[in-house]
Design a protein around this ligand. Structure first.
Ligand SMILES: [Zn+2]
Ligand SMILES: [Zn+2]
Length: 276
């Protein structure tokens, strides 16, 4: 059995296809999928998916790329986190890939938004789903500071340190190492199946299986052999297959380990009875 640790079933591309998507998941032995929130405006739709389907769960948070949307407070994130079937905070993080005319200094709002998510995650004890692109140094620095990994700089030393996953990992081996040292998990997407991703597959080989998650990030990033088509959680076994090939493991080892890792990290997840 597989679990897709990161998908966007509320996006227009997938929402109207939901019955087909759920049937395809079952057929492909994908027993569950985590539906990731990207704005507070659309969080209710993500929550509804999780509350109506036993194999889906939800997170609450605002994606770093989203501008002109409601800026969440810690209290609002905590209110979302209290809803049944919400098991994580995010996705959140930093993305300097599309700066356009702006400089890194102009992105203070993104860094502040990331801090708010980390504060909420530490208060409610749920794991963070972290998105980072072209912003590795700042992501790590803020996570260490706000996440409780720098004793002198920790604003809430009474709370346990942040935990979570770096999703759709495409960054360097150095960042992967630093992330592992903080106790975080690393989630790989269909990108690891792409022909031109040899460097990323090197990173895959360095991350211990006990810290790997798999995801589709659907509707985008369909893995080979479906590259360029609409992606769905039913394709997550292709990611597992690549992980197994790169690490020289069997597919069933990877399926079992990544499912166990997911359930260990997102400990608020309850599996549908037929899967336990
Ligand atoms: Zn993301
Ligand atoms: Zn995402």
């Amino acid at each position: 059995m597989y679990i897709d640790s990161h998908c966007h079933l509320d996006f227009a591309e997938l929402r109207t296809l939901l019955p087909d998507v759920l049937a395809a998941m079952q057929q492909a032995q994908v027993g569950g999928a985590l539906c990731i929130s990207t704005t507070m405006e659309t969080f209710p739709a993500v929550l509804e998916l999780a509350q109506q389907h036993p194999q889906l769960w939800a997170t609450v948070g605002v994606h770093p790329d989203n501008e002109g949307v409601h800026e969440p407070t810690v209290a609002e994130l905590l209110a979302g986190a209290q809803q049944p079937r919400v098991v994580g905070i995010g996705e959140t993080g930093l993305d300097y890939y599309r700066l356009g005319e702006r400089s890194v200094a102009d992105m203070a709002w993104q860094r502040e938004r990331f801090r708010v998510h980390i504060r909420a995650a530490r208060r409610c004890g749920l794991p963070l789903v972290i998105h980072t692109r072209a912003a590795a140094d700042d992501t790590l620095a803020i996570l260490k500071e706000e996440g409780g990994f720098v004793p002198g700089a920790d604003p809430t030393p009474e709370l346990p340190p942040a935990r979570g996953v770096f999703h759709c990992f495409t960054e360097s081996a150095e960042l992967a190492q630093a992330v592992l040292e903080l106790g975080f998990y690393i989630s790989f997407s269909g990108i690891i199946t792409f022909r031109n991703a040899a460097e990323l597959r090197q990173v895959v080989s360095l991350v211990p299986l006990e810290r790997c998650l798999i995801e589709t990030d659907s509707p985008y990033l369909a893995p080979t052999p479906h590259r360029g088509k609409l992606n769905t959680p039913a394709y997550v076994p292709h990611v597992a297959q690549q992980l197994a090939a790169t690490k020289g493991l069997s597919l069933s080892q990877v399926a079992q380990a990544t499912t166990a890792n997911f359930l260990r990290l997102f400990s608020a997840v309850s599996l549908p009875l037929e899967l336990t």
